[in-house]
Design a binder for this molecule. Sequence first.
Ligand code: PLP
Length: 291
Amino acid sequence: MPRIAYVNGRYVPHAHAQVGIEDRGYQFADGVYDVVPIVKGTFIDEDWHWDRLERGLAELRIDQPVSRKALTMIARRIAKMNMIENGIVYVQVTRGEAPRDHKFPAKPVPPAMVVTGRHLKMPDDLAKPQMIDVITGPDQRWARPDIKSISLLPNVLAKQAAAEANAYETWLVNERNEVTEGSSANAWIVRRDPESGRVILKTHQSDQAILKGIVRTALVALAEKHQWSIDETPFTVDELMSADEAFQSSSGNMIRPVRSVNGSTIGSGETGPVTQEILNAFADHIASQCS
Ligand code: PLP
């Protein structure tokens, strides 16, 4: 069955889907995107993804190409036409096509929208994912990674560095030696206070320095329900190396426990008990949305 993509109002075979060379996304990375996970045919935490996409468009002063209702229908149709049971829908919106000039087109052009779907293999048990190895590297991104911009060159280079080090992900480190997030995931550590024995989850606060991940948002909400303590402040590389557990979160890969960082084992090198509790709660969170 051929893959189908949505491009500016038309459903076309993926292999022949095209945008013009003067699309401002192609010329300037002048656009935003989002990725909605699909599990057992269900869009997970869908509204939060559309909220983020709309916020990014507003930040960049790009008009919404279609209403949310229409976007929901297009995304559903792409999932259906591509028979996606488990996978993702990818939505990209750019400022549109206009003669190359840095400033916004004087004569407004309609924004361009592309929607594609992709099958992903999910682990049989979402609460038992494979562990990953991580490296650290400099956070070389622009000052607004809270906007899910299609300008991903530093993320591309960081992910490539991980691949070349036989690792899965690079966690990005700022000039204060703090981990901001991964190249395509939010970064978390688990620490047990040696005196009180209290368990604390640490992840960078959702300010302009990180992308406020949707899985991160779900975990913050679950924390309240399960009475986990979350400290939304940055952790340093030293704290990471001595953490009891670490994991990352993203819509494409859900929650992935970290086995090692820069070749050094984190905690026991196995999925820790707190991460397992979080995995179980997140798997329930997904299951509760799947009919
Ligand atoms: N941080 C970055 C830089 C990302 O690219 C992503 C996902 O692509 C995330 C965090 C996780 O976001 P989400 O949970 O919405 O997938």
